[in-house]
Design a binder for this molecule. Structure first.
Ligand code: NOJ
Length: 767
């Protein structure tokens, strides 16, 4: 029985519940964007002078064809060329340009805005700076495997330094969509399947991109995206509809956004998908009632690329004019690339279909954003060609990329301690389509701004650390999805001539990312056949997986004695993998996504709710239970899993109390000892389970993790805090609430193991 307040909310419940929880767990102070609390006199004065055309211009963002990174990527939609854009900038009809590069050209364009336009309002330069810029860092999913928010903060900071040096103010990142279906290609761009890890990483990246001072030359505005629930597209099919309960929306998909805002994000991008029948980009309940009303977000909402115009294809708007009307009324401030605002807002306002006050509110927010980063006082901030040369692809950037790569690798299997390999005395065969490939090291966004001359392939990275580089034989064997004439034969011969085979197989860069949903998530068939041919030689095989999602491993690949999840690690990929292979770096990454046994289990995630018929441990007792005909519904490698070259023993799990009072803090402590032979890092994870609740609860939920770095034989105590906020969930009437009762808690190495204990949360006023 839950007590309710007069408005129906349970006592102790709140719509903002997780925000405080996330803040407490991630150590965040909830940020109040002062620049937005009230528009300044300068902003009001400008607004008072603006025509409706100029207002619509401030609310419009277009691809920057004045300084495109790689030519015209989307000629169908890019109807504005450099000349047209410059003319429109001078006419005050553009507020934001996106995805351009080059400080000098940006300077010239800014000059056109500031000196050539009537009101001299500076432009914002935005771009998709997702995991690095010229120097590329691991894809966000890989970096999430580091379970190291400080690392994510550092790589985001480095990306901001490089990107702002080329004249950018604003990134469309981090992507904070929780992705529970590995068929979806954009799993690669986020932090995986878990809400807690996602929230912590989201906050870290925002802090990294924005830095401490928004007005600094190297501060880059962050944009959590895609609001909301894009990660829940049905069947993992890109752009598909989303059917989601309010509770799952609030518990799983929204908290990373809240954490990003708590960390200071001032903008957010509306998603392509619908949510329960209402497209996110016309979703007033999401964009206004929830975002601004409930959460108090004061910043700017930008639509995804033509997402407003796509309301027509959704069958939600009658035509483009209607689409513009619906988007602005729902709460989209800036229209990206479709041009529907610049075309239709003037007549929509004139006809009374859109109140001027609505447009004014949006313009106020955009101008306040420009003011918050100091553009009015210094329109040429971040537009210095000298800084561009000095801050790009420096040795420090490349060293960080290598370090981040090493920390993102997950050791999945290491039978008979096959790894690390000696640097001398063994002949190695590096086989597979990624053996010496330089085009697939960066990941989905890698082709965009990256300096690809920096790319280090595996063969180069390995040779650089081998005593005798000639003892490495390289054979591709096949391409990613096709055969190479004679490739298998040469690969088998190479394997036969070697002591150990390194098999570099998996997905290509363009099999992951936007619009790259897969129906099954196995290794492409030709590579699986190559693996079989290599395994038949009887040589020891180390699998080096290349991937942007969890992969369903099968056959000889699954059964290889050693497997490393190496994702797409960025510019320094070859060096980072070699560091781990030869033991210079002890792997310490943990899976941010569960590897299922079989593709058909997707969507698969560790924190599903229990059923009335859970599968028992006894494999013979599984009739009429929640299992597949052929397999249990388990992971092959669960969320949180990862080995190291060291070994860790966890013991002495202690709770400060077995009866947690409503407003108290529970301390959970445990001892961690390195019982291995080498120095290593262990990721200690804390999971809970609410045993009985008024809604069925996940079998486990991650509520904390800590990295512990220990020399052989060393021991340390880890300490976690649990408060009522961490035990909350979204109840029947969509409010966050905590319910008194028994909770299980585990200190674990992954989402499926651990030392357990339990405690009781006492009701308010009890105990
Ligand atoms: C579409 C993608 O969904 C979004 O993430 C990106 O920021 C925009 N395109 C702009 O490139």
């Amino acid at each position: 029985m839950t007590l309710k307040t007069a408005n129906g909310a349970p006592v102790g419940a709140s719509r903002r519940g997780f925000l405080s929880g996330a803040a407490a767990l991630a150590g965040l102070a909830v940020a109040t964007p002062r620049a937005f609390a009230r528009a300044s006199n300068r902003v009001e004065a400008l607004l008072a002078q603006m025509t409706i055309e100029e207002k619509a211009g401030q609310l419009s963002c277009f691809a920057d064809m004045i300084r495109p990174p790689i030519g015209d990527m989307n000629p169908l939609v890019n109807i504005r060329n450099a000349q047209t854009l410059t003319a429109e900038v001078k006419a005050g009809r553009i507020g934001v340009l996106m995805n351009g590069v080059g400080a000098q050209a940006a300077y010239d364009t800014q000059k056109a805005a500031v000196e050539g336009s009537r009101l001299k309002i500076p432009l914002l330069f935005a771009a998709d700076v997702i995991h690095g810029f010229r120097t590329v860092f691991p894809i966000p999913l890989a970096e999430a495997a580091s379970f190291d928010p400080h690392l994510a903060e550092r790589t985001a900071r480095a990306a901001a330094v490089e990107a702002t040096a080329t004249g950018l103010h604003w990134t469309f990142a981090p992507m904070v969509d929780v992705a529970r279906d590995q068929r979806w290609g954009r799993v690669a761009e986020g932090s995986g399947e878990d809400v807690f890890l996602g929230a912590v990483m989201a906050a870290a990246r925002v802090r990294g991109f924005q830095g401490k001072d928004l007005k600094a030359d190297d501060s880059m505005l962050a944009t959590p995206k895609h609001f909301a629930a894009y990660g829940a597209v049905t069947a993992g099919l890109e752009y598909n509809s989303v059917e989601l309960s309010e509770a799952t929306l609030r518990e799983v998909h929204l908290p990373p956004f809240q954490a990003a805002f708590a960390a200071g994000a001032l903008t957010v991008m509306s998603a392509f998908n619908d949510v329960n029948g209402v497209p996110a980009t016309a979703n007033k309940r999401l964009l206004t009632d929830l975002l601004r009303g409930e959460w108090g977000f004061k910043g700017v909402v930008i639509s995804d690329y033509t997402a407003d115009q796509e309301l027509v294809a959704h069958g939600f708007a009658a035509d483009d004019r209607d689409a513009a009307r619906l988007a602005i009324l729902a709460g989209v401030d800036i229209s990206m690339q479709s041009g529907v605002y610049i075309r239709y807002l003037p007549e929509l306002v004139a006809s009374g279909a859109v109140p001027m006050a609505t447009v004014d509110a949006a313009v106020r927010r955009v101008l306040s954003l420009k003011e918050a980063i100091g553009l009015f006082d210094n329109p040429y901030r971040s537009l210095d060609p000298k800084a561009e040369a000095a801050h790009t692809a420096t040795p420090a950037m490349r060293a960080l990329s290598r370090e981040a790569g090493g920390r993102s690798i997950v050791l999945l299997k290491n039978d008979r301690a096959l790894l690390p390999l000696p640097k001398a005395g063994k002949r190695l065969a590096l086989i597979g389509p990624f053996a010496d490939d330089r085009e697939n090291v960066l990941g989905a966004w890698g082709g965009f701004f990256a300096d690809r001359r920096l790319n280090v392939d595996l063969a180069t990275g390995l040779r650089a650390q081998m005593a005798d580089p000639n003892s490495l034989i390289v054979e591709r064997g096949c391409e990613v999805e096709t055969t190479i004439a004679g490739g298998f034969e040469r690969a088998v011969a190479a394997a036969q001539a070697a002591d150990i085979v390194l098999l570099a197989i998996g997905e290509s860069q363009d099999m992951t990312g936007e619009a790259k949903s897969r129906t099954d998530i196995r290794i492409p068939a030709v590579q699986q056949r190559l693996a079989e041919a290599i395994a038949a030689t009887g040589k020891s095989v180390v699998v080096l997986l290349r991937h942007g999602r969890a992969i369903a491993l099968e056959g000889v690949v699954r059964d290889a004695p050693a497997i490393l999840a190496t994702w797409f690690l960025g510019s320094e990929m070859g060096n980072a993998v070699a560091d781990v292979l030869f033991g210079a770096v002890n792997p310490s990454g943990r899976l941010p996504v569960s590897f299922p046994i079989d593709s058909g289990q997707e969507p698969f995630f560790y924190n599903g709710r229990t059923t009335g018929r859970p599968a028992p441990a006894d494999p013979n007792g599984q009739e009429y239970k929640a299992r597949w005909r052929s397999i249990r519904n388990d992971a092959l490698y669960p969320f949180g899993f990862g080995l190291t070259y060291a070994s860790f023993a966890v013991s002495d799990v202690k709770l400060s109390t077995a009866r947690l009072a409503w407003n108290d803090t529970l301390h959970v402590t445990a001892k961690v000892r390195n019982v291995g032979q080498v120095h290593g890092e262990h990721v200690v994870q804390l999971y809970i389970r609410d045993r009985v609740a008024s809604r069925t609860r996940p079998v486990r939920e991650l509520k904390g993790f800590q990295r512990v770095s220990l020399a052989p034989g060393a021991e340390r105590e880890v300490r976690f805090e649990l408060k009522r906020e961490h035990l909350m969930f979204v109840g029947d009437n969509d409010y966050w609430l905590a319910e008194p009762g028994v909770f299980d808690v585990w200190i674990a190495n992954s989402s499926v193991d651990g030392l357990g204990a339990s405690f009781e949360l006492l009701a308010a006023g009890q105990g």
